[in-house]
Design a protein around this ligand. Structure first.
Ligand code: SAM
Length: 472
């Protein structure tokens, strides 16, 4: 008998699904300690480097078999509190949740959608695999969660990610048959969360499972509408019942004969070191999908109508971008090599680099009427003809890109002061925008900007990120 009090219905479902002996082993797993994982950020850390070695040693990392950048960590080492976390050197993520993107296998240069993306575990994993090339649209329906997603993308230093905050049907109306790969990590009844979060047990009921399955079906239909012929769709949940997993996928395959199942994978807490996950990987047939080429005329019409009004915003964006390039010539000479395909775009005073892929060229009109917490890489603010670099830009570059760098050591009082938002004292010869970095085994990683003048470094860490005093 497991000690954790689980709903009787859940107990019965799992026992009938797995049989008595295995069902008991599964239920007993709820009494065991939960597992903790992180993924090393391959956009920032080179494999086999001294920095990678340091991270592995410091947090007692052990490889997760199904994810090449994923590791179990020793909970006592608290990697989430270390300044390396603020520098985006890794992302903390439940180990079994890392399995889905490994199956989806997004490639550099592709056009990819993460449809239910907050807080950003799968998005950052996809972004690492795309290595800054191509376009990732990362969507989250809930406004507050979408903001957290945008912050996590920013800390990770991903440059080619657009964060949207839309309902799935709002996106599918705009982007029919548009994506090479789609990740749908669906909202679910969270049976794999029971060890992590007792509230998930309280919220569970057979009715909740029904409701989740109905919602998953609705979201899946929108996901399919956005999948290119030949494209791949990964569907995942962190729940165990068949209704939200195999049965939902069987229904989908029956409804869409042009989809085929490539593989299904389960991670079980009694068989593997992880809280549990289900993933189904499907591919849309290249030929049959020709019959369902979407009617995009309404989109063309909409773009056509707006064309006359495009000129002014476009000129403003060009002026802002010119100011940015002017600034970069002296302060960030590496900028030119950083930006892939795309275009500058201005939202109010905020200048972004809107990424594009060979398959999708986004323009400001692509998003009309949608909420966009992050229209690609936030380059900076353009105010009264002057350019000021954004925190996101600092996080997306390396210490070699900037002209002026000021490096702080983990554990130093200066680092604590910087995270607190204080002005720092720097050598007199420091002048202008300075990339503040964190030292790590001879290398150094950006944590924000400062502006130096007369021996003082004015702190430009965004207010919302201050006070996070590191513990190491
Ligand atoms: N993929 C995320 C990650 O790896 O960090 C976790 C996603 S979580 C399992 C599911 C997400 O779906 C939640 O952020 C939730 O807000 C969102 N969601 C809830 N209802 C939704 C709906 N009707 N359509 C789309 N997404 C929804």
């Amino acid at each position: 008998m497991s000690k954790t009090v689980l709903p009787t219905f859940f107990h019965d479902i799992m026992t009938s699904m797995l049989g008595k002996a295995e069902g008991q082993a599964f239920l007993d797993s709820y009494d065991k300690p939960r597992t903790y994982g992180l993924r090393i950020n391959m956009l920032k850390i080179h494999p086999d480097s001294a920095e990678e070695h340091d991270i592995k040693q410091r947090f007692g990392l052990e490889e997760i078999p199904w994810c090449e950048d994923g590791y179990y960590y020793d909970v006592e080492t608290r990697p989430g509190k270390h300044p390396y976390h603020a520098a985006g050197l890794y992302y903390i993520q439940e180990p079994s949740a890392m399995s889905a993107v490994e199956l989806l296998a997004p490639q550099p240069g592709e056009t990819v959608l993460d449809l239910a993306a907050a807080p950003g575990g799968k998005t950052t994993q996809i972004a690492a695999k795309m290595a800054g090339k191509g376009l990732l649209v990362s969507n989250e329906i809930h406004p507050q969660r979408a903001r957290i997603l945008a912050e996590n993308v920013e800390r990770f230093g991903a440059r080619n990610v657009v964060v949207t905050q839309a309902a799935p049907d709002e996106l599918s109306a705009r982007f029919p048959l548009a994506f090479d790969r789609i990740m749908l990590d669906a909202p679910c009844s969270g049976e794999g969360m029971f060890r992590k979060d007792p509230d998930a047990i309280a919220e569970w009921s057979p009715q909740a499972v029904e409701l989740c399955a109905a919602r998953q079906w609705d979201i899946l239909k929108e996901a399919v509408a956005m999948l290119k012929p030949g494209g791949w769709l990964a569907y995942s949940t962190c729940t165990f019942n068949r209704q939200e997993n195999e049965e939902t996928i069987a229904r989908l395959l029956e409804h869409y004969p042009d989809l085929k199942l490539l593989t299904e994978k389960r991670i079980w807490p009694h068989l593997h070191q992880g809280e549990g996950h289900y993933v189904a990987l499907m591919q849309r047939d290249q030929d049959q999908a020709n019959d369902i080429v979407a009617d995009q005329t309404h989109l063309k019409g909409k773009r056509g109508k707006k064309r006359n009004r495009e000129d002014h915003p476009h000129k403003m964006a060009s002026a802002a971008y010119e100011a940015c390039l002017d600034w970069a010539r002296s302060d960030l000479p590496g900028l030119g090599n950083l930006l892939g395909g795309g275009m500058p775009i201005l939202f109010g005073e905020s200048l972004y680099w809107l990424p594009s892929s060979a398959g999708m060229q986004l323009t400001p009109q692509s998003f009309e009427g949608l909420r966009i917490p992050r229209a690609g890489l936030h380059l900076g603010e353009y105010k009264k003809g002057r350019f000021q670099p954004a925190h996101a830009l600092a996080m997306a570059i390396s210490s070699y890109d900037a002209a002026l760098v000021y490096t702080l050591k983990a554990g130093s009082s200066e680092l604590a002061a910087y995270f607190h938002g204080d002005t720092l004292t720097v050598p007199e010869h420091y002048r202008g925008w300075c990339l503040v970095t964190l030292e790590c085994e001879g290398a150094s990683f950006p944590i924000g900007w400062g502006k130096a003048s007369r021996g003082q470094l004015k702190n430009h860490l965004p207010k919302g990120l201050r006070q996070q005093s590191p513990t190491h």
